[in-house]
Ligand binder design. Structure first.
Ligand SMILES: [Zn+2]
Length: 290
């Protein structure tokens, strides 16, 4: 069993200083729980940061895709326009050919047939020109859309870089804090009684918290009442006493007693008897530490 001296690495405990001298292990476990909770909060935060960065990067990829899509539409527009211009040239060449043929035709029918071809080609040219005009109007809109998408991408890229840098800084800070907490944790653990520590670890693993305040003769974590005798012992904070129902280590904070006066003794007894008929643990676990 390790020695549990009064001096230690504890800088502050959440229980008011006005109370009775507290069992050294109980005081240290209180501090240890605070450290463990902060460490798990930081660990969760560190684990969550890459996910946040991934989410922003996914959004950035969407903006990149929007820019690429706008560029592809502009390219498509230009290709179609060049095709239209080539078609116009082809029809113009045909018209020139028909006109030169018309001077050497022998019959009116042949002449009319050629003129019909010219008319058809001219209609085709007119159709192409309409399409080119539409494409030019469309191009203006597509270029505007591209500019908007590019501006959004630029802003987004800057934001992403900032977010990534922030995440890197936060991760480094958290890891530094975690390293500090780990050290504090080890120091505290080395001074706590082995069986109390083993109980703390077991309950912490199962319930994510290992200590609970006892107030008005109740465990404030599971709200099950404790026996009057146990309650008197808890009030002294002199021993490690665990809740019969949830197993958490109970402590008493006199600062909370004034606001909540103790219920009448008779009633307490009745309620205690009622709730303690089937305790999860057979016996009240009391671990003397010194
Ligand atoms: Zn409890």
């Amino acid at each position: 069993m390790r020695k549990t001296g009064a001096e230690g690495p504890i800088t502050h405990v959440r229980i008011s200083s006005s109370l009775l001298p507290m069992n050294a292990d109980l005081q240290r476990l209180t501090e240890l729980e605070k450290i463990d909770r902060e460490a798990s909060r930081l660990t969760e935060e560190v684990a969550g940061l890459p996910k946040r960065v991934a989410a922003i990067e996914a959004k950035l990829a969407e903006h990149k895709a929007a820019v690429e899509k706008a560029k592809a539409r502009i390219k498509g527009n230009e290709t179609t326009r060049r095709q239209m211009e080539a078609d116009i040239k082809g029809f113009q060449e045909k018209i020139a050919k028909y006109r030169s043929q018309s001077s050497s035709v022998k019959t009116n029918d042949e002449y009319r047939a050629l003129m019909h071809e010219v008319e058809f080609a001219e209609k085709q040219i007119s159709g192409c020109e309409d399409k080119i005009l539409d494409l030019m109007i469309g191009l203006e809109n597509e270029e505007k859309a591209l500019k908007v998408a590019e501006a959004e991408l630029k802003t987004e890229s800057a934001d992403v870089e900032k977010e990534k840098a922030d995440a890197r800084v936060r991760t480094a800070e958290d890891e530094k804090l975690l390293a500090g907490l780990k050290e504090q944790r080890e120091t505290i653990r080395s001074t706590v009684n082995d069986s109390a520590l083993a109980h703390y670890d077991r309950v912490m693993r199962q319930r994510k918290s290992a200590l609970a305040e006892a107030r008005e003769q109740k465990c404030m974590a599971c709200f099950v009442m404790v026996r009057p005798q146990t309650w008197q012992e808890i009030r002294t904070n002199e021993q490690i006493i665990t809740c019969n129902s949830c197993g958490r280590i109970l402590y008493f904070d006199p600062a909370n007693e004034a606001a909540a006066p103790e219920p009448a003794k008779k009633k307490s007894k009745a309620r205690a008897a009622e709730v303690e008929t089937e305790p999860e643990q057979a016996e009240q676990e009391i671990t003397p530490t010194q």
